[in-house]
Design a binder for this molecule. Structure first.
Ligand code: SAM
Length: 315
C-alpha cells in the first residue's frame, strides 16, 4: 500500500528478539543485561507477516537483537517463507552461531543473508563486539557453501577505530563473491559518541574515483552501489545522515515486543499487541493506519533518538 506521501510500502523489518550474543559499542551502548520482555511467539510473528504481506509487503528481513538466538527460528522462517505474495525473505545476523545452521536456514526458505562484521582484525573485533571474528568467517564460508547469494557484509565505519580498514573491506569483494556495505554511524539510543566517530560516506566515495556506480538490486534499496575492475561483489554505501533517502523509503519495522515503527529516525511507536489479539483483520487495519501516519523525513540531523538502542529496534 501507499503512504500519505505516495511512497509504496513493500518492505518489513521484523525483529525476532532484543537479546543479543554481542555488545557492539555502537549498537548496544550502555546496556547491561537485556530487560526481560515478552517476545512475540512464532505463531504471532507469522500472523503479523501474513497481515503485512496481504497489505502489499513483498520483502521481509528478520533481524534483532540476534535472530539466531530464537530456538524456533526454523519454524519462523518456514512459516514466513511459505506466504504467497512474499518475494524475498532475508536475515541480518552477527553470524556468531551461523556456521551450524546456515544450510538448514537455506532449506527452510531463507533467501538472503546480511552479516555484520566491522573489522578484519580479531583483537579489534573482540574489543568492539565481545565476540569472535573466526566464528563470523566460518559463518560466511558456511553461508557461501549453503548457496546464499548475494551475501552482504555490513560495516559501521568509525573514525580512528576501523576506518583504516575501508580499502581492505573493498578488496574482500574481489576475493569472494560478497557485497560490502558501509553504514554511516546513526545517533540512536545511547550512541552519544556517534557524531565524533561518524564518517561522511559521500567523501569516502569521492576519494575513490575508480568506483563505478551500478543500479540498485531492488527499488527502495538504501545503499548506493558501486563496482570496480576485478570486483566479484558490490561495494555499497548506506548514508542516512549525509544523503537522506527518505523520499524513497519503502519500509516499516515491527519489533519483538509487538511495537511498530514507521521511521527508524523517529521515536514514535504504535503498539500492535491489542490488534494481534483481534486476529489478522485487526492487524491489517492497525498496520495500514500506521502506514498512513509514516512521517516524511527522519530527524537524525536534529536530535539524538533516545527511545531504544539499535539492538532493540533491529537496524
Ligand atoms: N544482531 C544482528 C547483527 O549484528 O547484524 C542484527 C541486529 S543489528 C541491530 C542490525 C544492523 O544494525 C547491523 O548491521 C549493525 O551494524 C547496524 N547498527 C547497529 N547500530 C548502529 C548504529 N548506531 N549506526 C548504524 N548502524 C548500526
Amino acid at each position: 500500500m501507499k503512504d500519505a506521501f505516495g511512497r509504496q510500502i513493500d518492505y518489513l523489518r521484523l525483529s525476532l528478539t532484543e537479546r543479543c550474543t554481542l555488545h557492539c559499542t555502537y549498537c548496544r551502548v550502555d546496556e547491561g543485561v537485556c530487560p526481560k520482555i515478552q517476545e512475540l511467539s512464532a505463531d504471532e510473528l507469522i500472523l503479523l507477516a501474513e497481515a503485512a504481506v496481504e497489505l502489499g509487503i513483498t520483502r521481509i528481513r528478520l533481524t534483532g537483537g540476534e535472530p539466531l538466538l530464537r530456538k524456533d527460528l526454523l519454524q519462523i522462517v518456514r512459516g514466513i517463507s511459505s506466504l504467497s505474495g512474499l518475494r524475498d525473505l532475508s536475515m541480518t545476523t552477527n553470524a556468531q552461531m551461523l556456521a551450524e545452521i546456515a544450510a538448514d536456514l537455506k532449506e527452510a526458505g531463507l533467501d538472503r543473508l546480511n552479516i555484520s562484521m566491522d573489522t578484519l582484525n580479531a583483537d579489534l573485533f573482540k574489543e568492539l563486539t565481545g565476540g569472535s571474528l573466526q566464528k563470523v568467517l566460518d559463518g560466511i564460508q558456511a553461508a557461501i557453501a549453503a548457496g546464499f547469494d548475494p551475501i552482504k557484509i555490513n560495516v559501521v565505519l568509525m573514525r580512528g577505530v576501523n576506518d583504516h580498514e575501508l580499502d581492505d573491506f573493498i578488496r574482500l569483494t574481489s576475493k569472494y563473491k560478497v557485497d560490502v556495505r558501509f553504514i554511516e554511524y546513526m545517533p540512536i539510543g545511547n550512541s552519544n559518541g556517534s557524531e565524533r566517530l561518524r564518517l561522511n560516506n559521500q567523501e569516502l566515495i569521492t576519494a575513490r574515483p575508480w568506483l563505478i556506480p551500478v543500479p540498485p538490486r531492488f527499488n527502495g534499496q538504501p545503499s548506493s552501489d558501486y563496482t570496480y575492475e576485478g570486483a566479484l561483489g558490490r561495494v555499497g554505501f548506506i548514508s542516512p545522515i549525509s544523503h537522506r533517502f527518505c523520499s524513497d523509503c519503502n519500509r516499516i519495522r515491527i519489533m519483538s515486543d509487538g511495537s511498530l515503527r514507521t521511521c527508524l529516525g523517529r521515536d514514535a511507536e504504535i503498539p500492535l499487541r491489542e490488534a494481534l489479539a483481534e486476529g489478522k483483520d485487526g492487524l491489517k487495519q492497525a498496520i495500514s493506519q500506521a502506514i498512513l501516519q509514516k512521517p516524511e523525513h527522519h530527524r537524525f540531523d536534529q536530535e539524538v533518538l533516545n527511545g531504544r538502542n539499535m539492538s532493540r529496534i533491529g537496524g
